[in-house]
Design a protein around this ligand. Structure first.
Ligand code: PEP
Ligand code: MG
Length: 892
């Protein structure tokens, strides 16, 4: 019989950390902590398989579930000597969700379940604290109604505010037992009026309601969004954890808190976290009361005492547990705990989310401490997260005036237009504008806006608030809890430090210092030294796949070298032609009707093109540089406006009418499949001859000037047939001979082709007879394999993803089964003809970790990607070499 429910408790557990897929992260780690003998309140976990069953069977449970839950509940009762619904000594539990991958803030928690009009009295008697019992009951009604009965918590907060007003007090702390008792009456009335039914009094009915709500929440919009953003499959499902309650709100010797065993923002090896005395559950992360730091070192003499001084014994016990957990899991832990009347209880542990900066530091430190190995350190850092470190920071010399300071919740600087709602953030960002999302505090409903924003600013909330946790996870700079700012949501205005920022005004935030500035402050590029350089060195020593960059401007080439590129894998020469000073000659060349006309334009372009290559070869200093000859769909260069046509006509010495007619003649219905790529070279050989001459002359010049041997790799685009390549190869060889003779210099070079059409991939064996290298142009190869226009796909690809027709966007991550098969075919066939053929990829996929893994496993020699992706590719290539065939997503 399937076991749907597994128990855990101080004397051990039926599960363990290795059962994460079945028990969810929370359940597996609770079981593991029990097995370690740590103080964990007992309980049981309903497995993720129940969730999967539930959705596969029209929202119904397996037949055996009810009996198994009853058995587990019975065991729990026996263990604790407390019973559900017992008015004298009631069993109270928490119900929490827990998926395989952690989904912070996504799922809903219910605390104090089991309270009703009878048991509240029992709780009061047992605790000797009336106020505590009635406060717990009113909290339970709020949470349960919000999560299970769909009566929003704001209705209850309204009633709470009214109660405070009536009493003339400011905070909950000033309310007494009788006030909470009265509130419970009002809350129950509210529930009756909103749902038409009384608040459920039977604890078992309460439990089943909560279990159902957890499973239902797996399919709520924010969970769906989070899964989509993080690539978590729906099929994983969530588990439900039912655990005996312990109380952090039983007076001044009780507390609740969250901690990280190292600093999740900087990676520093120091206990980090926050706690609140006399508080319950989510109070710390909810940002309602500002929590206190755990250690004196973090308190730095400010504010109320830390846990270290306020409750030294519990603190010492807690520190010992955190050390044990980090050593056991060999990773930084994110921990939730409660102290009930001086006694410590562990409620959760998991690998903590961290910024890229912290991930790097921890990986390097832990390897140096001997806690993990170097290969493990390399695998600990998500390659895509490095992007966070490549972001700019505030230029220390830039003039600026801070208008507010909050907490440095997620590092990096960001500037953008002020927006005040998540929907607005998404809308404005979709127009290609940078935005900073400003909220009083964020909630899971804001996730899409946080994702769309460059940075996030909140007025309320601590370092572990929703905004801080989510922003760190997404790599968005965030300043939280900027208490000095006033936000008027209706007027969409922020005032602080005597300044006003309205919707659309620019502001800059610095998530590393917590500062907020009016306007757009200058920023500087990051320094890639220290831990970054160390980890990259380790990665470089582990990988076989080389990493090059797609670059054509001197700035890009320099950036790429700075990021460790081992050459240029794609220099798109047409990009060099868009410059305002050149476009006229290019248009003249494209529109020329005669050879003489074209040659006149080419003569203007030769010296500038040569100068480009001289600069590129000089910057790359002996590293390979692949230069692709002209490949634009012609329409990109055709003059469009009347002024442009007049200008080109004058330069070419023809009438406007004539040129207009020529432009019409050149019009194509499907330019991407038209007169582009090597077809241009075949029909106008003088264009490629000019480019080849510029390349060879530049190589000779740089060799003469610097003594560096330059070996250019001349690349022909969009080849479908060997005959195309042979024809062009002949022309290029001719130019090469001529330049060698003219310059008296021997110029080594390679001649190769892009493989970006299915026919080229299939005919790779014969194409390799003429090509010394292949570079897979997977942008065009994806476009032509699917028959999906790369420029028009956005309109329907998102819908395809939503419907599950496509899992990902094949233009972002390589379609390994289809397009990938063509890459494999071309690799095998090309190598058979020419065993030492050089193979690389230069489509956008060259910077995507999953595609890089595919390239490594297919045996390509290099990937080429945009300069900012180079470090990502270096790390991804190392991970592919260290753990072949592994899907990192499962780890997170
Ligand atoms: C490609 O098609 O993958 C490629 C690199 O070329 P482009 O993007 O310039 O067409
Ligand atoms: Mg292409």
């Amino acid at each position: 019989m399937t076991k749907w429910v597994l128990s855990f408790g101080p004397e051990g557990a039926e599960g363990g950390a290795e059962m994460r897929n079945l028990l969810g992260g929370k359940g597996a780690n609770l079981a593991e902590m029990c097995n370690l003998g740590l103080p964990v309140p007992p309980g049981f976990t309903i497995t993720t398989e129940v969730c999967t069953y539930y959705y596969a069977n029209g929202n119904s449970y397996p037949a055996e579930l009810k009996a198994q839950v009853e058995t587990a509940l019975g065991e729990l009762s026996t263990r604790l000597g407390k019973k559900f619904g017992d008015a004298a000594d009631p069993l109270l539990v928490s119900v929490r969700s827990g998926a395989r991958a952690s989904m912070p803030g996504m799922m809903d928690t219910v605390l104090n379940l089991g309270l009703n009009d009878d048991t509240v009295a029992g709780l009061a008697k047992l605790s000797g604290n009336d106020r505590f019992a009635w406060d717990s009951y009113r909290r339970f009604i709020t949470m349960y109604s919000d999560v299970v009965l769909e009566v929003g918590h704001e209705h209850f907060e309204e009633l709470l505010d009214t109660a405070k007003e009536e009493k003339g007090v400011d905070t909950d702390a000033d309310l007494e037992a009788a006030d909470f008792k009265e509130l419970v009456t009002r809350y129950k009335k509210l529930v009756q009026s909103k749902t038409g039914k009384p608040f459920p009094q039977d604890p078992e009915a309460q439990l089943w309601g909560a279990i159902g709500a957890v499973f239902a929440s797996w399919m709520n919009q924010r969970a769906i969004t989070y899964r989509r953003l993080n690539g978590i499959p729906e099929a994983w499902g969530t588990a439900v954890n039912v655990q005996a309650m312990v109380f952090g709100n039983m007076g001044d010797t009780s507390a609740t808190g969250v901690a990280f065993t190292r600093n999740p923002s900087t990676g520093e090896n120091a206990l980090y976290g926050e706690f609140l005395i006399n508080a319950q559950g989510e109070d710390v992360v909810a940002g309602i009361r500002t929590p206190q730091p755990l250690t004196e070192a973090a308190r730095k003499g400010n504010g109320k005492p830390s846990m270290e001084t306020a409750m030294p014994e519990a603190f010492a016990a807690f520190v010992a547990v955190t050390k044990r957990l980090e050593a056991h899991y060999r990773d930084m832990q994110d921990i939730e705990f409660t102290v009930e009347r001086g006694k410590l209880f562990m409620l959760q542990t998991r690998s903590g989310k961290r910024t890229a900066k912290a991930a790097l530091k921890m990986a390097v430190d832990m390897a140096n401490e001997g806690l993990i190995t170097k290969p493990e350190a390399i695998n600990r850092v998500d390659p895509l997260s490095l992007d966070q470190l490549l972001h700019p920071t505030i230029d220390p010399s830039a003039p600026r005036k801070a208008i507010a300071t909050g907490l440095p919740a997620s590092p990096g600087a960001a500037a953008g237009e002020a927006v005040f709602t998540a929907d607005d953030a998404e809308r404005v960002a979709n127009e290609g504008r940078a935005v900073i999302l400003i909220r009083v505090e964020t909630s899971p409903e804001d996730i899409h806006g946080m994702h769309a924003a460059e940075g996030i600013l909140t007025a309320r909330g601590g370092m572990t608030s929703h905004a801080a946790v989510v922003a760190r996870g997404m790599g968005r700079p965030c300043v939280s809890g900027a208490g000095g700012i006033k936000i008027d949501m209706n007027a969409e205005k922020l005032t602080s430090g005597g300044e006003t920022i309205s919707r659309g005004d620019w502001l800059t935030i610095d998530g590393s210092t917590g500062q907020v500035f009016k306007g757009r402050v200058a920023m500087v590029e990051p320094e890639l030294s220290g831990d970054f350089a160390t980890l990259m060195d380790w990665a470089d020593a582990s990988r076989a796949l080389k990493v090059r960059a797609n670059a054509e401007t001197p700035l890009d080439a320099r950036t790429a070298r700075g990021f460790g590129a081992e050459g240029i894998g794609l220099c798109r020469t047409e990009h060099m032609f868009f410059d305002a000073s050149r476009i006229l000659a290019v248009r003249q060349m494209i529109c020329a009707e005669t050879l003489e006309g074209r040659n006149a334009a080419l003569a203007k372009l030769l010296p500038v093109q040569r100068a480009d290559f001289v600069e590129l070869f000089t910057i790359m200093k002996g590293l390979p540089v692949t230069i692709r000859l002209l490949d634009p769909p012609l329409h990109e260069f055709l003059p469009k406006s009347d002024e442009e046509i007049a200008e080109v006509a004058a330069a070419a010495g023809v009438t406007v009418q004539r040129l207009t007619a020529r432009v019409h003649e050149l019009h194509e219905f499907n330019p991407m499949l038209g007169h582009r790529g090597c077809r241009l070279g075949v029909t106008f050989p003088e264009i490629y001859e000019m480019q080849a001459r510029a390349i060879f002359e530049a190589a000779a010049e740089v060799f003469k000037a610097t003594g560096d041997t330059v070996t250019p790799e001349v690349m022909i685009p969009l080849v479908a047939m060997k005959a195309e390549l042979d024809l062009l190869k002949g022309k290029i060889e001719g130019v090469h001979k001529a330049v060698e003779a003219e310059t008296g210099t021997r110029i080594a070079y390679l001649l190769g082709t892009m493989i970006e059409l299915p026919r080229a991939a299939l005919r790779a064996a014969e194409i390799a007879e003429s090509a010394e290298f292949f570079s897979f142009g997977t942008n065009d190869l994806t476009q032509t394999t699917y028959g999906i226009s790369r420029d028009d796909s956005a309109r329907f690809i998102t819908e395809y993803q939503r419907l599950g027709v496509l899992e990902g966007d094949p233009f972002v991550s390589l379609d390994q089964s289809g397009v990938g098969e063509l890459v494999e075919i071309a690799t095998t066939r090309g190598r058979k003809t020419r065993p030492d053929i050089k193979l690389g990829i230069c489509g956008e996929h060259g910077g995507d970790p999953a595609s890089i893994r595919f390239c490594a496993e297919t045996g390509l020699d290099y990937v080429s990607c945009s300069p900012y992706r180079v470090p990502i590719a270096r790390l991804a290539a190392a991970q592919a070499a260290l753990a072949p065939g592994k899907d990192r997503r499962e780890d997170r």
